[in-house]
Design a protein around this ligand. Structure first.
Ligand code: SAH
Length: 395
C-alpha cells in the first residue's frame, strides 16, 4: 500500500475524523498511487493516521475511510458499511407507508462518493469519487445480495464527477432498465417516479418529514406550492384537507408528473391549479393581481453552490421570501427552505428577518425544518448538513 505524508501542522482535521484531506495539505506521496487506490496517510513523523481513497485529480486528494490501523480496508470493509447503512433505514421503512428513501448518503454513511436511493424495488446510484468507482463491483454485489432489486441504475451527476476527473454515463448497473414509471409511496402518498429522466436521482426524498409537518397545517387552507416539482408538498396538503393548491414549477415534465400523481392519489383535480412557469415571475404576477394565500411554500433549488456564492444567494433568497410573504393573508404560514449547504440556519433566519422588514411584515418562527434521518449528519462532517427550513407565521 502506498504511503501519503501529511504536511506538518495539518493533523487537526484528520485527528478530528474529518474525512477530507485537501491536496494542499499533502507533503508527498511515496511511490506511484493510482487514482482511486486506498492509501495510508502518515503524519510528518511517519506515524499512521488513517486509510483513504487517493485522487490527484481532485481538490480533495484523500477521502478518509478508516482511522484504525489494524482494520483492513478490503472488500468486506465496504460490504459491512453498505449493510450497516441499509439496516439503519429499516425503522423508516418498517410500517409499509414509505418505500422510498436514501439508503446510502456518501461521507455521512462512511462511504465517500456513494449515494444510493431506493424507489420501491429499484435503486438509483450516484458514484462521485474514483475510489468508489473502483469498488462498484463489490458495492453492486452487496446491494443485490441485501435487497434483490429489479434494477440498479447509475444516475451520477456530471458536474460532481468532473471534479474527480471521471466521465459520466447514466447506465444500467444491474438488472433491467428501470421502467419510465415506477410507483413509490411516501407516508402513504403515491408518486410516479421517472428514475432515468427525473431530476437529481428522480425524487426529493429529503423533504419527506417536512412535507408531512407542513401539510398538518393545511386543512381548509388555500395553498401556494412554489418549486413544486412532482407535487411533494401539493399532494400532502391536499390529502390533509387543503381547499386548493396552486403548484408552480418551470419544468413541464415535473408538472405533467404532478398531474399524474393527483390522479394516482384519487384527489379531485379541480382543487389543483398547475402553472408551468418561473416562480419569480409568477409571484410578481400574483402580487399585481392581488391573489392571496393562507400558506406559501418556497422550496427553491440550491442558490448557493459554494461559500463564495453566499452573498449573492442571500439576496436571491431574501427577494423570493419577501415576495412570498406579500402574498399571505394576515397570520398565514410561510414554509421556506434552503438546500444550500453554505447557508446555515442562523444566516437563513437573518435572511428571512430582512425579507420580513422589506415586506413590511412581522414573522414568528414556529418550526425549524431539517433533513430527515436517511440523510444523517455525521458529527465529524458538518458539510453533510445542507437542508434547512423555517415555518413562519407572518403578520
Ligand atoms: N418541492 C419539491 C422539490 C423542489 S426541487 C418536492 O417536494 O419534491 C426544485 C424545483 O424547482 C425543481 O422542480 C425545478 O424544476 C424547479 N425550479 C428551478 N428553478 C425554477 C424557477 N426559476 N421557477 C420555477 N421552478 C424552478
Amino acid at each position: 500500500m502506498i504511503d501519503v505524508i501529511l504536511k506538518k501542522g495539518k493533523e487537526k482535521a484528520v485527528l478530528h475524523r474529518h474525512p477530507w484531506v485537501f491536496s494542499g495539505a499533502i507533503e508527498r506521496v511515496k511511490g506511484n498511487a493510482e487514482n482511486g487506490d486506498v492509501v495510508r496517510l502518515l503524519d510528518a513523523k511517519g506515524a499512521f493516521m488513517a486509510y483513504g481513497f487517493y485522487n490527484d485529480q481532485s481538490r480533495v486528494a484523500l477521502r478518509l475511510l478508516e482511522w484504525d490501523e489494524t482494520v483492513e480496508v478490503n472488500e468486506s470493509w465496504f460490504r459491512e458499511k453498505v449493510a450497516v447503512a441499509v439496516a439503519s433505514r429499516s425503522n423508516l421503512l418498517a410500517d409499509g407507508t414509505t418505500n422510498t428513501c436514501r439508503l446510502i448518503f456518501s461521507e455521512s454513511d462512511y462511504l465517500p462518493g456513494l449515494i444510493v436511493d431506493k424507489y420501491a424495488d429499484h435503486l438509483s446510484v450516484q458514484v462521485l469519487t474514483s475510489g468508489m468507482e473502483k469498488m462498484m463491483p463489490v458495492i453492486i454485489d452487496e446491494l443485490q445480495r441485501l435487497l434483490k432489486p429489479e434494477s440498479i441504475f447509475d444516475k451520477s451527476d456530471a458536474s460532481s464527477r468532473d471534479h474527480e476527473g471521471l466521465e459520466t454515463e447514466n447506465i444500467v448497473l444491474a438488472g433491467n432498465h428501470p421502467p419510465t414509471r415506477v410507483e413509490v409511496k411516501e407516508n402513504g402518498v403515491i408518486y410516479n417516479i421517472n428514475i432515468a429522466e427525473g431530476q437529481k436521482s428522480g425524487f426529493y426524498c429529503d423533504q419527506r418529514d417536512n412535507r408531512k409537518i407542513t401539510a398538518a397545517y393545511a386543512k381548509g387552507k388555500k395553498v401556494l406550492d412554489c418549486f413544486s416539482y412532482t407535487g411533494g408538498f401539493t399532494l400532502n396538503c391536499l390529502k390533509n384537507g387543503a381547499t386548493s393548491v396552486t403548484a408552480v414549477d418551470s419544468s413541464v415534465l415535473a408538472i405533467d408528473t404532478l398531474k399524474e400523481n393527483i390522479i394516482l392519489n384519487k384527489i379531485d383535480p379541480a382543487k389543483v391549479t398547475t402553472i408551468p412557469s418561473d416562480v419569480n415571475k409568477q409571484l410578481r404576477k400574483f402580487r399585481d393581481d392581488g391573489e392571496m394565500f393562507d400558506i406559501v411554500i418556497l422550496d427553491p433549488p440550491k442558490y448557493a453552490p459554494s461559500r463564495s456564492a453566499l452573498d449573492k444567494a442571500s439576496r436571491a433568497y431574501k427577494d423570493l421570501n419577501r415576495l412570498g410573504m406579500l402574498l399571505l393573508n394576515n397570520g398565514g404560514l410561510l414554509a421556506t427552505f434552503s438546500c444550500s449547504g453554505a447557508m446555515n440556519m442562523e444566516t437563513f433566519k437573518q435572511v428571512i428577518a430582512w425579507a420580513a422588514l422589506d415586506a413590511g411584515k412581522q414573522v414568528q418562527f414556529i418550526h425549524q425544518f431539517c433533513q430527515p434521518e436517511d440523510h444523517p449528519v455525521r458529527a465529524s462532517f458538518p458539510e453533510g448538513e445542507y437542508l434547512k427550513g423555517l415555518l413562519c407565521r407572518v403578520f
